[in-house]
Design a protein around this ligand. Structure first.
Ligand SMILES: CC(C)(COP(=O)(O)OP(=O)(O)OC[C@H]1O[C@@H](n2cnc3c(N)ncnc32)[C@H](O)[C@@H]1OP(=O)(O)O)[C@@H](O)C(=O)NCCC(=O)NCCS
Length: 155
């Protein structure tokens, strides 16, 4: 909870949220606090922190876990954009996948990203992503339409 104020600031940074479903939302400190309380109580939600100074830079999570078919969907965002393109996102996703496959014994993880977000597609591919399809022109920003890319990683 002590990171709530910083989190709320990042959640209102459109450079970050343009890549997320959350982009149309305005996040007050109160709303962010409520979201963090909810996230801390359920599911698999992790903070991403730097090893050298324990600075929180983002989050990753696993949702929609199906224990029968052993599937789930993973998501990630490095909220602090000063830390983009330095390998943190790829390393964190690899750690999350290791946990998914080898601790939770899941078999197939879905990942999604917008087609304009070249950074996430590249990062996910470095984690083993295989594209399974596209929801064509499902993302509209200004006058432009983009695809929502669906992919998965198997054990
Ligand atoms: C997407 C995200 C998780 C990636 O994490 P990251 O730490 O920035 O990424 P990494 O450094 O691990 O890898 C990014 C790769 O994309 C490459 N890249 C960056 N911009 C690119 C572009 N415009 N075109 C092609 N490749 C690009 C980088 O060079 C790097 O590849 P390399 O290591 O081979 O050089 C992070 O940037 C982020 O959270 N962004 C904002 C929110 C978001 O997009 N979340 C995902 C929603 S689906």
């Amino acid at each position: 909870m002590e990171d709530a104020e910083q989190y709320a600031q990042w959640m209102n940074d459109i450079d970050v949220t343009i890549n997320l479903l959350a982009v149309p939302n305005i996040y007050s400190l109160e709303k962010e606090r409520e979201a963090l309380i909810k996230l801390s109580k359920e599911g698999y939600n992790f903070a991403i922190v730097t090893l050298n100074n324990n600075e929180v830079i983002g989050n990753c999570s696993l949702g929609g876990v199906n224990p029968i078919h052993r599937t789930a969907e993973a998501g990630i965002f490095i909220r602090n954009k000063n830390y983009w393109n330095k390998g943190y996102g790829t390393e964190a996703m690899k750690l999350l996948l290791d946990y998914d496959f080898n601790v939770l014994n899941l078999n197939n993880i879905m990942l999604r990203g917008y087609s304009f977000n070249k950074r996430v597609i590249k990062s996910y591919k470095k984690c083993g992503l295989k594209e399974i399809g596209r929801r064509r022109e499902a993302v509209i920003i200004g006058s432009k339409k983009y695809d929502h890319i669906y992919g998965h990683i198997g054990k």
